[in-house]
Write a protein that binds this ligand. Structure first.
Ligand code: MG
Length: 299
């Protein structure tokens, strides 16, 4: 089976015809939350229903932290600390350099968050995250619980103030900024994950104040399956998880091509020395493939 599906000539220059999909690990339960640590040459990722954070490096795979309160999305902040979405703890939290855990947000206006799903850090130290109820719908993904808040997109200011960035979602999910941070892309995956009627990637222009979003519009709709985790490359193309692999979409919303993966993809992260290696969380397996693009870096 070819590793690529090229739908636009531009995609030919973005992939490497001699670079295979590599299987880095398997026999997990369901992978999510990949985040690259260049200073440690390692990838951390969530084995969500197994309630643990895993660590990959060229020397192998190990359990990084367990139990881990059913972790989902991850990011690093400007100081290099791990920012984590926790389903079971229903919070956004930070793992300090000494291993202590600091809750960054677990309530909005006195009501408990649902189950933070995915997170991204902006160059002004604000942290943006989605809060759909997927982690409290089942025990499998964290633990059944009552939803107290609608599924919002939040912005946590560097001073700790939590605000709703956008409230018109049924189920906000993966998110990423454009490389210039003038746009925010957010996946809408619907009320009931995997059975979503509404499953587009939306794009929001960010006002000059760096925090106010304009009304969102549909950027692209993934077929087959749906988008979950998304990442930008340094040219501003958006790479999205999909049922048949990873799709690459240009900034105007045009699908350029696909990296074909045998298992449904949930989330991805650019890593490696030049951020040109794409790590792919696909169900029970972790894959990677070298590309001819580089992931967007923090400004
Ligand atoms: Mg997600």
């Amino acid at each position: 089976m070819p590793a690529y599906e090229i739908l636009d000539d531009r995609f030919s220059a973005m992939v490497l015809p001699n670079a295979p999909i590599e299987l880095l690990g398997e026999n997990f339960r369901w992978l999510e939350g990949p985040v690259w640590f260049g200073d440690h040459d390692m990838l951390l990722f969530s084995d969500l229903p197994n309630n643990r954070v895993m660590r990959w490096s060229e020397s192998g795979i190990a359990i990084h932290r367990a139990p881990a309160d059913f972790p989902n999305g991850h990011a690093r902040d400007r100081q290099g600390r791990l920012i984590e979405c926790s389903h079971a703890a229903r919070c956004l939290r930070r793992i300090e350099c000494d291993g202590r855990i600091t809750i960054l947000a677990d309530r909005f206006e006195g009501k408990r968050l649902n189950s933070p799903n995915d997170v991204v850090v902006k160059s002004d130290n604000s942290i943006w995250f989605s809060d759909p109820p997927y982690g409290i719908n089942t025990d499998y993904e964290g633990g059944k619980g009552m939803s107290e808040l609608q599924a919002n997109l939040y912005r946590l200011d560097k001073n700790g103030t939590l605000d709703i960035a956008a409230a018109d979602f049924e189920g906000p999910n993966g998110l990423c900024f454009s490389p210039d941070e003038k746009r925010l892309y957010v996946v809408e995956s619907g009320v009931q994950f995997a059975a979503a009627a509404n499953r587009s990637i939306r794009v929001f222009d960010i006002a000059p104040d760096g925090k106010t979003l304009a009304v969102g519009r549909t950027f692209h709709t993934i077929e087959p399956g749906m988008a979950d985790g998304i990442r930008a490359d340094e040219a501003g193309n958006i790479w999205s998880s999909a049922a048949d692999g990873v799709h690459c979409i240009d900034p105007s919303g045009h699908l350029l091509g696909k990296i074909l993966v045998p298992t449904t993809v949930a989330n991805i992260a650019f890593g490696g020395r030049d951020l040109s290696r794409l790590f792919i969380c696909a169900g029970q397996k972790l894959y990677a493939i070298y590309t001819n693009v580089r992931g967007a870096r923090l400004l």
